[in-house]
Design a protein around this ligand. Structure first.
Ligand code: NDP
Length: 307
């Protein structure tokens, strides 16, 4: 009989997180006479960003968080965006500010993100919050995807203490903070990137393997140690024209192409479940956890601002 890995179900776990957030948001509203407030800034018309923002504002509605949408045009300037951030920083009803990335090319993204008050920085991107993350402080607004990954591990009963963890990807918003959170939980962490020699060999050392690369199905089955826990952060959009044969042969994916014109796949090969002990799927793993963590951060920001 073929062995199959246990699936860590991000959709189910995110629902539990959102149930908790809903209760906390109601408690905040009862105490302060208004719901927690999250401002969402979407500059320009990037279609993928539009989809993410709609998912986030819908999640706000589901959780009892008031969302304030701001959609400056695609030709907005850095100064205009800084002016908007200043207004939101001063607005008492706004507890959290989310600036959807990527911003249009002409915008100085770093300057805009650095303008958000650290206390309202629900994405955890401000240098003050990054510093607090590195120090391992309590009560910090941490980046949403990394927090979601840690919650998936915790919910599956995976304790990083003493484990070998390998994180593929070193971005500021995913790879580096995940590595730091694993380190705080006493894993021995290796961070890999595009210049890492013998990536498959390094990956095979991992008890916990995190793939955060953005390359469809890059992590092959033979990169995975028998019984390892594999978290697939990757979310890659493929069309029928650029999809490899292993995707085209799956009936569900074919239906995606017909209905939506594209399908989503992760960074990890589809037969990884033959080797891994536990794994997440993409979609349906880390993605829902990212949104749940954002909602959780919005309520935390509201509560912490009032204490
Ligand atoms: P980035 O493009 O910022 O970073 C990708 C990282 O992967 C870089 O560190 C890069 O290395 C590394 N990399 C690229 N190619 C290779 C390679 N051939 N071998 C080894 N390493 C490689 O992406 P993000 O961190 O923002 O996102 C990563 C993935 O996670 C994407 O698919 C994204 O869509 C997904 N994502 C999913 C989220 C969710 O909620 N599910 C949220 C955020 C991201 P180098 O630094 O050397 O260039």
């Amino acid at each position: 009989m073929t062995k199959k890995a246990q699936i860590i179900d991000g959709r189910a776990i995110s629902k539990e997180v959102l149930d908790e957030v809903r209760k906390e948001a109601a408690g905040f509203a009862a105490q302060h006479g208004r719901p927690p407030g999250l401002a969402v800034v979407l500059a320009g018309e990037d279609p993928a960003s539009g989809v993410y923002v709609r998912m986030k504002t819908r999640a706000c509605g589901d959780c009892g968080i008031e969302s304030f949408s701001h959609s400056p045009p695609g030709d907005t300037t850095t100064d205009e965006l800084l002016g908007l951030i200043d207004k939101l920083n001063d607005d008492e009803n706004v507890d959290g500010i989310l600036v959807q990335l990527p911003l249009p090319d002409q915008i100085d993204t770093r300057q805009v993100l650095d303008r958000v008050l650290p206390a309202k920085d629900v994405d955890g991107f401000h240098p003050v919050n990054v510093g607090r993350l590195v120090r391992g402080d309590d009560n910090v607004l941490l980046p949403c995807t990394p927090v979601g990954v840690m919650k998936l591990l915790d919910s599956a009963g995976v304790d990083p203490h003493g484990k070998r963890a390998v994180v593929i990807g070193r971005s500021d918003i995913v790879g580096k903070p995940i590595a730091m959170l694993l380190l705080h939980r006493h894993a021995t962490v290796t961070i890999c990137h595009s210049r890492t020699p013998d990536l498959p060999g390094v990956a095979r050392e991992a008890d916990i393997l995190i793939a955060a690369v953005g390359r469809p199905l890059m992590v092959r089955r033979d990169w995975i140690k028998e019984g390892a826990v594999v978290i697939d952060v990757g979310t890659n959009q493929l069309t029928e024209e650029n999809a490899p044969e292993e995707i085209l042969s799956i009936p569900g994916k074919r239906a995606d192409f017909e209905k939506k014109g594209y399908t989503l796949v992760g960074d990890v090969a589809l037969d990884a479940d033959q080797v891994a002990g536990m794994l997440t799927l993409s979609p349906g793993g880390v993605g829902p956890m990212t949104i749940a963590s954002l909602m959780s951060n919005a309520v935390k920001a509201a509560v912490w601002r009032k204490t």
